[in-house]
Design a protein around this ligand. Sequence first.
Ligand code: NAD
Ligand code: ZN
Length: 359
Amino acid sequence: MKIPVNTASHQYDVTIGNEILTTAMESYKDIINKADKLFVLTDENVWNNQGTYFKDHFPYPFEVFVMPAGEECKSFDNFKRAHTFLIEKNGTRKSILFAFGGGAVGDLTGFVAATFMRGIPFIQIPTTILAHDSAVGGKTAINHPQGKNLVGAFYQPEGVVYDIHFLQSLNEREVRSGMAEVVKHAMISDAKWLEKLMACPSLNKMAQDELAFHLKSGIEVKAKIVTEDETEQSVRKYLNFGHTYGHALEAAAGYGELAHGEAVMIGMVYALLLSERYGQINRSFTKSFLQYAYHNGYPFEQVVKYPFETLQPFIVKDKKAEYGELKFVLLSKIGTPFMQPIELAECRNVDSEFRALVM
Ligand code: NAD
Ligand code: ZN
């Protein structure tokens, strides 16, 4: 099935389904036939787990560049190595890149595509649940030693081919991390859908068609938002629901201790508590959502390690603290997000309430 993404700068489709790599790639034959070389950028875990399937099902000849797994592939060093590889393999402005991996490979490859010879086309082939989010919308980036995603560009892919076959080799933690972003998409768009998600006995052990339904729904939300607001001037900010507190936790933990989505799930509970003060979300909903998240293994016990004083500098630094104003994405009710300026003192009060609730 195809979901269109019509951003101001570029229009493309996300194709999603099981075992679709070969057929979906064939619909790109026109641009691929015009290309002089195809380069697949991937990481060692993805290549070890899914390289054989990829080689058997990718219908064109290609060169592969295997990078270190996870955030390491978003380093300046690796960014340079990727460019060197393309230059040494005679890549030109007519070459195409394929990002075969999770959000990290997607972000790095997108930024290499945006910068190699001032920009060449790329196609996303995501392999994680989280990447149903990161592969759509054209945010590309690498990390600076002083912070994550500080160097990057808005650069849209030619398309996204999401073969959910690849998700089979994800470990439980990666599934949990990715599902948090699916839940986020439901929270900011559709109460009925969120009910459905919360009725699943386990986010980790969904049947394949059920998982495909939720991923497709998540992509539709993301596609609609980035279509309306490609460069995060308005509604795209809603995608940061749960992220202000989540990013602070993730940064305080030193990246890696908490997976991104684990931190976001914790941040969403915090944002619900804050939302109670400004809209119709009530404590009984927040508590039932917290139970649901606990039950699905999100590591709330980690919060104790990071007191508010540790989180505070990261909350203040968060990029949504625009023009000195700290703004949170809150919900007036499920499905209806809005931006709310919040004083640091209130942040601290809600942090105390939050700790009392989760411990
Ligand atoms: P990731 O790419 O680091 O993948 C997580 C781990 O799973 C890695 O070790 C990877 O090697 C492994 N892996 C990936 N696919 C696999 C598979 N099919 N089988 C087995 N192992 C596999 O992380 P992620 O969670 O996909 O994405 C996180 C990254 O995405 C972060 O760098 C974050 O900044 C970025 N991100 C970007 C956007 C965006 O809009 N561009 C949005 C959200 C997150
Ligand atoms: Zn996120």
